[in-house]
Design a protein around this ligand. Structure first.
Ligand code: APR
Ligand code: ZN
Length: 258
């Protein structure tokens, strides 16, 4: 069912009302309306930079890669005071209504926390940009501290204690995901009865296994995205549209029927 049939949002709202364990799974597409570029959509980060340049191995080996990575993070708005948009706020409202089991996100922008979802119900598979860690002595810095350095022209910030390499607390290509977060997200995906994807191309694993775990467990699958995903054929409801518009529409209908 796609969004050229306006009933799709009503059907999604009815599924949410009937569900006992709703897991919402988000990707970069939910944050583009907050001004953060996504990766594979039109104009996305990987249309400008080569992801192969951003493995953890290259980050450690080459200062040039570190310079580019910090530049992307600065330009991508991930270091600026970005705000949650209507889609994030709609998901926070689902928790307020007691309709949300958890949010599993691939995003590192802290916008689900800012929108009001409880941190204990947010699983950040790829880490979070709020802290930067020294890989040599372990010293941790709040990202605001590093943002100031970058804004003042420092291109590759170093540890102030040991001059070691500083790395944001996010998962780079080639790194393993935080095991306790991956285990929890897997368990919630396997136990849910409704899995709602918002703004992801669903091509990066192991994150993109989550909808498969949910389907295997008998859950129904709703996908809200602009563009195709490999799961479209197994979605119970497929809504092609902007996350902000669609999520607002769905949550309005949930609220009306409560
Ligand atoms: N509303 C709905 N969909 C949107 C919107 C929007 N406003 N803006 C973009 N999209 C869609 C894009 O068309 C794309 O299909 O969201 C999807 C985002 O896909 P990706 O850019 O691949 O982002 P994501 O799925 O989160 O990528 C997963 O890849 O590079 C790694 O670690 C990075 O976490 C990221 C992972
Ligand atoms: Zn150090």
């Amino acid at each position: 069912m796609t969004n050229n049939n306006p009933g799709a949002e009503i059907a999604a709202a009815e599924m949410i009302l009937a569900s006992k364990r709703l897991v919402v799974f988000t990707g970069a597409g939910i944050s583009t309306e907050s001004g953060i570029p996504d990766f594979r959509g039109p104009g996305g980060i990987w249309t400008k930079f080569d992801p192969d340049d951003f493995t953890i191995q290259k980050f450690l080996r080459s200062e040039e890669t570190r310079r580019k990575q910090w530049k992307i993070l600065l330009e991508g708005g991930l270091l600026s005071s970005i705000k949650p948009n209507r889609a994030h706020l709609a998901i926070a409202e689902l928790e307020e209504m007691g309709r949300l089991d958890c949010v599993i996100t691939q995003n590192i922008d802290n916008l689900h926390q800012k929108a009001g979802n409880s941190p204990g119900r947010i699983f950040e598979l790829h880490g979070n940009m709020q802290w930067v860690r020294c890989l040599d002595c372990g010293e941790r810095y709040p990202v605001e501290h590093i943002r100031e350095k970058l804004k003042n022209g420092v291109e590759v910030p170093e540890c102030e204690i040991c001059h070691g390499i500083l790395k944001p607390d996010v998962v780079f290509f080639g790194e393993t995901l935080p095991p306790e977060v991956l285990d929890a997200a897997t368990a919630h995906s396997m136990r849910c009865d409704l899995f709602l994807v918002v703004g992801s191309s669903l091509v990066v694993h192991p994150a993109a296994f989550m909808p498969a775990y949910a389907k295997e467990a008998g859950a129904r699958l709703i996908i809200v995205n602009i563009g195709e995903t490999p799961y479209d054929s197994s979605a119970d409801i497929l809504i092609e549209g902007k996350a902000g518009d669609v999520m607002l529409g769905i949550v309005e209908k949930v609220r009306e029927k409560l």
